[in-house]
Ligand binder design. Sequence first.
Ligand code: NAP
Length: 242
Amino acid sequence: MKCALITGGSRGIGRAICIKMAELGYYVLINYKGNVAAANETLEAVRAKGSDGELLQFDVGNEQEVTTVLGGWVEGNKEKYVEVLVNNAGIREDNLLFWMNSTQWRNVLGSSLDGFFYVTKQVINSMLMKRHGRIVNIVSLSGLKGLPGQTNYSAAKAGVIGATKALAQEVAKRGVTVNAIAPGYIKTDMTAELNEKELAALVPMNRFGTPEEVAEAVAFFASKASSYITGEVLSINGGLYT
Ligand code: NAP
């Protein structure tokens, strides 16, 4: 059975990716941190596409939880293997560096950068054994250009970009590709309190993107069509590069 694990699959971009992977016939492992109602809605949407899946609750930034829950799933499901991993879970806690406290720094690096490490470690072994796997990391425009008020978030996402390029070279011979997607402004809970009208005016396409537009690119990186692409960062930003 082909499985796809999407971290932060309960809401926003992660939910759209879960639904897209279900459409493509994957059994979907939906990770979430705390919002069980939203995670169940994603699972219902996965089933509505004629596929199936299950919920895996763990904090990607907590090594113990990742080992217990995800490691336990891997151990107990030897007949299945995670062919596609989407490291999507992430948060932002914006502040100018001058005002930023170490909790804000650690929380943001923990969910994106530590999360990438802890989760990928649990599933890479079976990808290498099967000589096939797809890892897609959701990063951000902020990690490419840096954004004021986001030193923590820019550092976390830039860190994942570096890890993407390094890991891509480590596992290329074994048929595993590792790529990143860098969205600009996407309409989700994360951007809900931003002034959309004002910010959309800065985007050449004059609008925020949708989670579904990001999910389409994930589907491409997950597919055979992208088999010679690895270590790449694809921007999805309506033309907002600077
Ligand atoms: P969102 O709507 O706020 O959803 C965040 C998701 O991540 C939720 O499913 C949440 O689970 C989960 N999550 C958060 N921290 C977690 C943790 N420590 N462990 C496990 N799950 C965790 O966010 P989004 O806009 O869809 O963002 C998804 C990804 O895209 C993030 O990595 C974000 O940095 C990136 N991104 C977003 C934008 C944008 O404009 N929206 C732009 C660039 C990059 P619960 O539901 O349980 O809380």
